[in-house]
Design a protein around this ligand. Sequence first.
Ligand code: UD1
Length: 421
Amino acid sequence: MDKLIITGGEKLSGELRISGAKNSALPILAATLLSKIPVSIGNIPHLHDITTTMELLGRMGVQLVVDEKMNVEVDASTIKNFEAPYELVRTMRASILVLGPLVAHYGTAHVSFPGGCAIGTRPVDLHLDGLIKMGAEIKIEGGYIHAKADRLKGARLVLEKITVTGTENLMMAATLAEGTTIIENAAKEPEVSDLAYFLNKMGAKISGIGTDILEIEGVDQLGTENLHFDILPDRIETGTYLVAAAMTGGQITVKNTRPNTLDAVLEKLKEAGAEITTGEDWIKLDMKDKKPHSVSVRTAPYPAFPTDMQAQFTAMNSIADGVSVITETVFENRFMHVQEMQRMGADITLESNNAICRGVNNLTAAPVMATDLRASASLVLAGLVAKGDTLVDRIYHIDRGYDHIEEKLAQLGATIRRVPN
Ligand code: UD1
């Protein structure tokens, strides 16, 4: 298993290009199952979760051709089976996103039940309830979700809790249902909207995009000849590099991004003392050589502060001036990075879903590891400001969601290298 070694102390500066959003690419690749007409998808990030999704589709018999620019040509007309096996779902919970498209288009799906997860129990009950309301028959047997339906029927779905992949699964299923589906309390994340725009380009009839009430008028079939769609830039990757620069007192410009998907994060960076300038597709952050001030954050569904940026802000607060409180409201048990940061000298106390961070002058390098994607990234950020060589283990988590992180950080002047085990 590869490791990263980071020698702390370099101020980050320079320019960086942001990759396509993982959380948009995954549902859009799943959505290709809704059509038999080939589609081309661009700005696909180079990530392990993308490889897993392609393997998942490939095993079903879908044909995928990737070119050197990471454009992916998908032809789902050759599909032969409708199963998402345990060994793939186990490594990537987002595999559940094939459930809605398969049952809507082919009337059958066998998807391994995603187990518990390091960042909380993360059930899929709302995905299943919604499909049942649309007429699917669901059986759980042998660790698998078996879904069956003749043709799904439009329904009014009021989600008890805001769920991103749940909204996506139900929206995809509804595109081919008979009649109209209303999803209330829908997730408004930009990636949900990106998926909706893609589906509409395939011929779906979705309105209310970007709001918490989605209306989907079912159509008989989906697919458009010569369709090409570029994935939205990754707002979490963007935010991670901005925090990295802020922690080191640096100055960077990120390009090929969407500032308007990062309002809550940019507000908090300004509060931390960063000067932020934005254009249509770029963000410049300048800390003017200063240390960040502490900023308290509370995670919640979009457009509030994203849970996927919580660990990175915890890292920043660990060396910021002052005391802050980080409140996690989306997932239970999403503070596993705290223990590792404490080993690097951070002064953080956990009280239920709050982390109280008292900024210290310096972190010191230590061997660390983390058990989820964003937590691992936050340890790399901590390593950027720690004295000595920080060794981050189990970085396969980082490779699931960050496109060439060591190359991008090195490009900004960080001393970081990947060592094979
Ligand atoms: C997605 C993102 C993930 C992000 C999360 C929250 C993808 C591939 N992943 O994950 O990066 O951290 O949104 O922004 O897009 N819940 C239920 N029942 C359900 C579904 C969810 O109780 O059926 C709960 C979860 O346990 C959690 C909350 O709802 O407490 C939000 O989870 P959800 O939005 O579904 O997260 P994911 O879609 O898995």
